[in-house]
Design a protein around this ligand. Structure first.
Ligand SMILES: [Zn+2]
Length: 371
């Protein structure tokens, strides 16, 4: 989860969070329910009742979105795919699924589970409406929630990847071509088309005097950039698929003794040798890792008095990968932990370092070779 996130707790073991941007949309929705939607539907309520009903509607609307995401998550978990988090933000909600689905059928069922949950919710709120016949605020709330859940179903039928409808589309292309990455690129390009289409329609609405078009354009922009990053990811995955950490890792880490001072290290190895990462050794063992980043955190005046062992990252606190690990899996590991490099360990010996730059250099080489 990001720093702009307030944790709400866990459901089914999945951490649920609210992004700061959510409060903006919550305030906007409450305001618009309280000042225009409910006053138009039900004249002559007390102002406080409009605001209370407006806020309750906005909260239940996001509870509905949360249930929609939990719908996806339950099916993903059944396929043993980890769900890392569910996050509510300005455009709704998103469940971060930890891995690609194992098959086109799994993809289809995970994608359909969300809109199906919303459809059930729409039905339930619709059926609950008559029960609240004598209580207008409750009746109005049920009516709106039935409506908005149904809109959520319709919106998610648009085949614009990464929206649910786009995932359904990808599942079909995947099933037909038997190639997930190709299906992703095709589906994501369709998603980008819809993104541009929404931007265009939104701008057109704005020029026609309808400021609500800004919202449409924003959703289009969000969709387009999400689809683009999916295309890029698929391209990278395609390029490095089948390659291992050993092929891309740097072997140029110099070994330095634990008692070496930072001053010596800089003079002899950084300025003298142009190295950027160091394995700190004590006798035959590697005990830690020194990076330039770590070095910079120590004031220059302390360099002569500080040893490498005092500022290194101890090796047993670091995650590592094996030389035969897939490069793509290693990259995902880095993303998960938010680190820029991983020591490569074989038989309890550090045999190299995999840094993000190594992966980029490797990608460039592959591209030049015209893989
Ligand atoms: Zn969904």
């Amino acid at each position: 989860m990001t720093r702009h996130n307030i944790p709400l707790g866990r459901v089914l073991g999945i951490p649920i969070g609210i992004d700061y941007s959510w409060f903006l949309i919550f305030a906007l929705l409450t305001w618009s329910f309280a000042t225009s939607y409910f006053p138009a539907e039900f004249p002559r309520w007390a102002p406080a009742l409009y605001w209370a009903t407006g806020a309750a509607t906005a909260i239940l609307m996001f509870a509905s979105v949360l249930l929609h995401e939990l719908g996806h998550s339950v099916v993903a978990l059944r396929y043993k795919i980890p769900v890392r988090s569910i996050n509510l933000f300005i455009f709704g909600g998103v469940a971060t699924i930890g891995a690609e689905p194992p098959s086109a059928v799994a993809e289809l069922l995970i994608a359909v589970a969300g809109p199906f949950t919303s459809l059930v919710l729409a039905g339930l709120f619709w059926l609950a409406k008559p029960l609240a016949a004598g209580v207008p605020p409750l009746w109005g709330l049920f009516k709106y929630l039935a409506y908005i859940n149904f809109v959520l179903v319709l919106f998610n039928l648009i085949p614009a990847y990464p929206l649910d409808g786009g995932r359904v589309f990808r599942a079909f292309v995947w099933g037909a071509t038997r190639n997930m990455r190709r299906a992703t690129v095709i589906a994501a390009n369709v998603g980008r088309f819809f993104g541009f289409f929404f931007i265009f329609v939104g701008m057109w609405q704005v020029f026609a005097g309808n400021l609500g078009g800004l919202w449409t354009a924003f959703i289009g922009w969000f969709l387009e950039s999400a689809a683009t990053s999916q295309v890029q990811q698929a391209v990278v995955q395609d390029l490095i698929g089948g390659h291992t950490v050993a092929q891309a890792m740097g072997r140029s880490c110099a070994a330095v003794p634990a008692e070496m001072t930072l001053q010596q290290l800089v003079d002899d190895h950084v300025l003298g040798g142009g190295r950027r990462c160091f394995l700190v050794t004590r006798g035959p063992d590697t005990v830690g890792l020194m990076t330039l980043h770590r070095l910079r955190e120590v004031p220059r005046s302390e360099w002569a008095r500080t040893s490498a062992a005092q500022v290194m990252l101890p090796i047993d606190t670091l995650r590592s990968v094996g030389p035969q690990t897939g490069l793509w899996a290693a990259l995902q590991e880095m993303d998960r932990d938010g680190v820029n490099q991983l020591p490569v360990v074989s038989d309890r010996r550090v045999v190299g370092m995999l840094a993000r730059e190594d992966v980029i250099t490797f990608l460039r080489t592959l591209q030049e070779l015209g893989k």
